[in-house]
Design a protein around this ligand. Structure first.
Ligand SMILES: Nc1ncnc2c1ncn2[C@@H]1O[C@H](COP(=O)(O)OP(=O)(O)OP(=O)(O)O)[C@@H](O)[C@H]1O
Ligand SMILES: [Mg+2]
Length: 382
């Protein structure tokens, strides 16, 4: 799909949702270090929201504030219209699965999961049923009587999830809850968590380092850098219409081509893609971006690897000239790296065509890279 065309697609489906948690102007500092800088965030009732950002950007800190394990230095939080800013953790209808899943070491698995229900004085018979259901969900019914120290890391992680889910909280905070699982169990737990979230209508705030997981599971993704949100949007808009270069580079594989604006018209702009020797640069006629563009301005054209087309250099086609420096067969795709004259390395991913005898590029082979006009996403230089 065209990057620019899709840019207005998804906004309508989220804007009319009811806000379960309203976070306004929340800041948090440890000593002199400002970790969160005036966070504004609405978390919608029943949504799956993922926090994504580099290590140390403040994801866990934000979860700890929402959970009530830390207090903000400034700002407010409202849950269902009630101010909870200074409410302690155990008074909030929110459960957390921590990054270091802290199970009670002296209790067996059953008692770990039953703990919250016992506190709430749920009848014994009901506790039994609910704990068993939770154990089934994480496929560990047979380990009910074990102690946490006799479980693997991945099993402990699943028990921690079961222990949080069993309370059926309004909101569940999950800090990298699947990181200790192997690939197969991870995929199973992803769909289990999605199913639970849909069936129980629990609002999930999820942290992961796995971008594919974020893109496939979330209703919205909040991209964070150094305690500031860069973009809060649907996965498709985050991927296809990133708000800035940070988001573009952080999510997925990205190709950025430098270009200079030659002409600005009503609906379109004319640019020179400045990746080759002077006089040999392609001129392109593109849809005008939303931001203000001026003649002479430097801009970036963003293209994902799957948007790039590769041609043999002698086929008479116009495009950017480069050399193949890497090419790997990935089953359904052929993924290559092409070095342009500017030194820019272009990543490409093409559907593998076994009928084409030339499809396996040789190292060093000269090729042209190109794309369909309108598939690029345009970002200003920063
Ligand atoms: N109790 C604390 N005292 C002082 N500094 C802290 C404390 N907790 C966190 N920090 C600092 O706050 C910053 C943000 O930490 P946080 O744990 O929120 O990051 P994160 O985004 O969750 O990172 P990761 O992806 O590695 O889990 C880090 O620089 C961290 O060192
Ligand atoms: Mg963290």
């Amino acid at each position: 799909m065209s990057l620019n065309e899709s840019s207005s697609m998804a906004s309508a489906q989220i804007s009319d949702q009811k806000s379960l948690l309203r976070i306004r102007g929340v800041s948090k500092a440890y000593g002199d270090t400002q970790i969160l800088k005036g966070i504004d965030l609405d978390i919608y009732d029943g949504e799956f929201l993922t926090l994504l950002g580099p290590s140390g950007c403040g994801k866990t800190t934000l979860l700890r504030l929402i959970g009530g394990f830390e207090m903000p230095n400034a700002g407010s939080m409202e849950l269902d219209g009630v101010d909870i800013t200074s409410l302690p953790a155990d008074k909030r209808p929110i459960n957390t699965v921590f990054q270091q899943y802290a199970l009670f070491p002296h209790m067996n698995v059953f008692d770990n999961i039953a703990y919250g229900l016992k506190l709430k004085k749920v009848p014994k018979d009901e506790i039994k049923v609910r704990v068993k259901e939770a154990l089934q969900m994480v496929q560990l019914e047979h380990m009910m009587n074990r102690r946490p120290q006799d479980l693997s890391g991945g099993q402990q992680q699943r028990i921690a999830i079961a222990r949080a889910v069993v309370n059926q909280p309004k909101m569940l905070l999950l800090d990298e809850p699947l990181s200790a699982l192997d690939a197969k169990m991870r995929v199973q737990m992803q769909s289990e968590l999605k199913r639970l979230q849909r069936e129980l209508g629990i609002t999930f705030v999820f942290v992961t380092h796995d971008q594919e997981e974020a893109l496939s599971m979330s209703d919205r993704i909040a991209v964070m850098k150094a305690g500031v949100f860069q973009q809060i949007d649907t996965p498709i808009r985050i991927y296809e219409s990133p708000a800035n270069l940070f988001t573009a580079n952080f999510i997925g594989e990205t190709n950025l081509f430098k270009a200079r604006v030659l002409e600005v018209n009503d609906q379109r702009i004319k640019v020179e893609v400045t990746e080759q020797k002077e006089g040999f640069n392609p001129i392109r006629d593109l849809p005008k971006p939303k931001f203000n563009v001026q003649v002479g301005q430097s801009i970036n054209l963003l293209l994902r690897p799957e948007d790039i087309r590769v041609y043999y250099v002698n086929d008479g086609y116009e495009g950017l000239v480069g050399h193949v420096v890497d090419s790997a067969y990935k089953g359904s795709t052929l993924d290559s790296v092409i070095r342009l004259q500017s030194g820019n390395l272009v990543k490409t991913s093409e559907y593998f065509n076994e009928d084409d005898p030339n499809f396996n590029y040789k190292m060093g082979q000269e090729v042209r890279v190109d794309w369909v006009d309108g598939w690029e996403w345009i970002l200003p230089d920063e």
